[in-house]
Design a protein around this ligand. Structure first.
Ligand code: SF4
Length: 286
């Protein structure tokens, strides 16, 4: 695929991400609405679902904050990174011009808006080499500021054990309250280093709701956290109720014997992501 075709394919991917909420998230919101016992919370979940349908029907962004875009590129042995990055920039600029994306990106100190959602090291792109892939698979995650601003990192005392980890995560969601626009998907990164844990917490948001960490220690932790977080009573948009999170996804890495990094990255109810396989002449949405 040449640069122009790739940029067109990426534009379609961005539009899909910001307009069409993934089916797993929509189903989880629907199940939560049916289960919810708090009337105000039930109404909010109903409004959210109506908004999801409207955005899809009208081909409009699901939320006015189209967030910061983070691209994850899985690739095989050969990848023209320069072409991928140029195509991403072109696609993001076009999506902004065509009002699919709000111009959100500013210089961090002067706060001057770049005007097209691109700039220094922006959009964010991560690469991962995977055996057996002939064509790149690209996922885009749209991350709103409301949820991103409640991300936390703890360099915990290993002596606190699993209980310390669990308490830190639950406390972080409690402190966030209604700010991340709950119900959230809670991304958690455990281990590695401070930066790796943060990376894993966000990457955990790419997993589909209903999936679990393959290691039983972590999948049990995911289930316990889901139960505890939903007992906090924060509820949809912070109005109270049974539904504070839709899922907890834990990703892990080994770490130094004297360290225990734990990162929490909540994603709002508008948990927008889209993934595609980029073939020579076509794009397949996954
Ligand atoms: S946190 Fe999510 S739902 Fe809330 S305003 Fe930001 S993008 Fe929209």
């Amino acid at each position: 695929m040449d640069r122009i075709m790739l940029s067109r394919a990426l534009f379609k991917l961005i539009r899909k991400a910001v307009v069409d909420l993934p089916g797993d998230v929509e189903s989880a919101l629907r199940e939560a609405r049916n289960r919810e016992r708090n009337e105000r919370a039930k109404t909010i979940l109903g409004n959210v679902l109506e908004n999801v349908e409207l955005a899809r029907r009208e081909s409009m962004p699901i939320c006015q904050d189209t967030g910061v875009l983070v691209f994850y590129v899985k690739h095989g042995t050969v990848l023209d990174k320069k072409m991928v990055e140029t195509s991403i920039v072109k696609a993001v600029q076009r999506a902004t011009r065509e009002a699919m994306l709000r111009p959100n990106i500013v210089h961090p100190l002067t706060r001057k808006n770049t005007g097209d959602n691109t700039g220094v090291k922006t959009p964010i792109v991560y690469y991962e080499r995977v055996e057996g892939i002939d064509y790149p698979e690209i996922t885009v995650l749209a991350k709103g500021a409301g949820s991103e601003n409640t991300s936390t990192l703890g360099m915990l005392d290993p002596a606190g054990g699993v209980e310390g980890v669990e308490d830190f995560i639950v406390d972080s969601i409690k402190k966030a309250g209604g700010k991340p626009c709950p119900p959230t998907v809670v991304g958690v990164g455990i281990g590695g280093s401070s930066d790796k844990a943060m990376y894993l917490a966000k990457k955990a948001l790419l997993r589909n709701i209903g999936s679990h960490n393959p290691d039983k220690e972590y999948s049990d932790l995911e289930r316990r956290l889901y139960e505890r977080i939903n007992k906090l009573g924060v509820g949809p948009m912070g109005v109270g109720g049974d539904t504070t999170c839709l899922a907890v996804h834990v990703e892990d890495a080994e770490c130094h014997t004297a360290s225990l990094p734990v990162a929490v990255n909540p994603q709002c109810w508008a948990a927008r992501k889209a993934e595609a396989r980029i073939y020579k002449k076509k794009i397949i949405f996954l």
